[in-house]
Design a protein around this ligand. Structure first.
Ligand code: ZN
Ligand code: ZN
Ligand code: ZN
Length: 501
């Protein structure tokens, strides 16, 4: 998807940096929703038949991001498929739904899945925006305007739309999520490509808007030409737009495609004509009326072929200098529509309206709403939903201290013990049960929180725990129990006044 070969170009030079999502804590990402839906549905098809099972995968994926303190804003494709993309759209449709799907001209079938996702985003308070065209165009715009730190998409077109930071290859390994990070800075440094070069690559190698690109021009030739332009400090896109009218290139092209036919030449003077004729009427190149000069200079022959040969020699330097460009130009211009201005316009002219910061900020999650939605759509177990949800919520609470949460209050009761999760030092923390929780049976939650993170907010509780540990080692079990009472007296009393059941 996107510019053909783009990812292999970047991966050949090790541009992508594998990064744990935890290390991206505090960032806001624009996520291309359709790619997520396709991925989640694919995972779904392998194991389950349920039409909504992808929602369960979506739920876990969202939690994975929230738990790492990452905010997401979803970008949704416009219902209407841009006419430029129609060919690709039909092809993909046919591949996924058979001939039947190939006839439809909009994304209404896909929209059913989008709507189900949006239902969940609303409950989570996760923002989503519908693009006026392609979702990746909107992702790039949000990124360019600084409203998000990066775009999460596998569609390389996003670089043509001007994205600065792109994450892709989201993978879950041993409970942790990883992505490959591509930044325009590292791309510039390692492969010397900028937005306009990406557009040129799309035109030459192909993209969603022109699947095949220029015939017999692969990414190696395209890249080499781009490098060539860069050395000459030429803007690659402007240059290609001017290819048809550039007289210098036009002339060079004519010179190098020498079509003149070589007529027979006299073997005495080496000029056009034959010995007998020269003997009787002379040779115009030798400027004689009768006979001709032995071994005259062939350079003085005025036949068409020799003139062309001389031109080739005169322009040898230029022809070498422009060879690469002339090769590509010649093939590209066989398509009378090259370079396709509609594609250039699509990539470089922003069609989305201006977006304000509040449109990409998360709002307060609706816990009851989330649980009910998941129970209703996927029939997950309520306890299971709460268990996962609480872990994510306490992490958002600790990492981003959201100011706009008015109903949801998370309150730690005590630290139960030191623990380790994925080799990281944590505390197992006991949290006050939410009033709205009618699903779990215990009167509290426990989660593992990284020690430093917890300490930033509840240093007193950590201090008490540490000192109790010191004493606990001497006094043992009894001390620990009494310690529990000291630290939690007030909170425990306030949680268990009337035990709901
Ligand atoms: Zn002659
Ligand atoms: Zn002659
Ligand atoms: Zn000649």
């Amino acid at each position: 998807m996107g510019v053909i070969s783009l990812w292999s170009i970047l991966d050949e030079k090790d541009v992508g940096q594998r990064t744990n999502l935890r290390d991206l804590s505090g960032k806001r990402l624009a996520v291309d929703l359709s790619i997520w839906i396709l991925e989640l549905k694919r995972a779904n098809n392998k194991l389950h038949d349920s039409a909504n099972f992808f929602l369960k995968n979506l739920f876990y994926r969202i939690l994975g991001f929230l738990k790492n303190g990452i905010q997401i804003v979803f970008a949704i494709d416009a219902l209407h498929v841009p006419s430029l993309k129609m060919a690709t759209f039909h092809k993909r449709r046919k591949e996924s739904c058979g001939a039947e799907g190939g006839r439809c001209n909009d994304r209404s079938k896909f929209q059913i899945y989008v709507n189900k996702c949006v239902g969940l985003f609303d409950k989570f308070g996760i923002p989503y925006l519908t693009s006026s065209g392609e979702a990746e165009a909107l992702c790039a715009k949000l990124n360019k305007n600084g409203l998000v730190d990066a775009c999460l998409t596998g569609d390389g077109d996003v670089f043509c739309y001007g994205a600065k930071h792109v994450y892709r290859n989201l993978q879950k390994l041993k409970k942790e999520y990883y992505v490959d990070i591509y930044t325009t800075d590292s791309i510039q440094e390692k492969v010397c490509l900028d937005q306009r070069s990406f557009v040129v690559l799309a035109l030459l190698c192909g993209c969603d808007y022109n699947k095949s690109g220029v015939k017999s021009i692969g990414h190696k030739k395209a890249l080499s030409l781009l490098r060539n332009f860069q050395e000459k400090k030429i803007d690659p896109l402007d240059r290609m737009l001017g290819w048809r009218s550039n007289t210098e290139l036009k002339n060079l092209q004519e010179i190098r495609t020498n079509t003149a036919k070589k007529d027979p030449h006299c073997y005495r003077c080496h000029h056009v004509g034959d010995l007998t004729a020269h003997d009787t009427t002379g040779c115009s190149s030798c400027t004689t009326n009768v006979g001709c000069t032995v071994n005259a200079d062939a350079d003085t022959c005025y036949c068409e072929w020799h003139q062309s040969e001389r031109k080739l020699a005169d322009f040898k330097e230029d022809l070498t200098k422009f060879k690469e460009e002339l090769d590509v130009r010649e093939k590209a211009l066989m398509d009378c529509n090259f370079p396709n201005k509609e594609i250039i316009h699509e990539f470089l002219v922003d069609k989305n309206e201006e977006i304000s910061l509040d449109k990409v900020c998360s709002s307060e999650p609706d816990v009851i709403g989330i649980v009910c939605y998941m129970l209703d759509k996927v029939r997950m177990d309520g306890v299971d939903i709460m268990r996962h949800l609480i872990t994510a919520l306490v992490h958002i609470w600790l990492i981003s201290s959201p100011q706009n949460w008015h109903n949801l209050k998370l309150e730690p009761i005590s630290i139960l013990r030191e623990s380790k999760e994925n080799f990281r030092l944590c505390y197992e923390v006991k949290w006050k049960k939410l009033e709205v929780d009618t699903w779990t049976e215990e009167d509290y939650y426990t989660t593992h929180i990284e020690r430093d993170l917890f300490k930033q907010h509840y240093s007193e509780m950590v201090k008490e725990f540490v000192s109790s540990q010191g004493q606990g080692k001497q006094v043992g079990f009894r001390k620990r129990k009494s310690d529990d009472n000291i630290t939690n007296q007030t909170t425990i009393d306030s949680i268990f006044p009337k035990k709901k059941k």
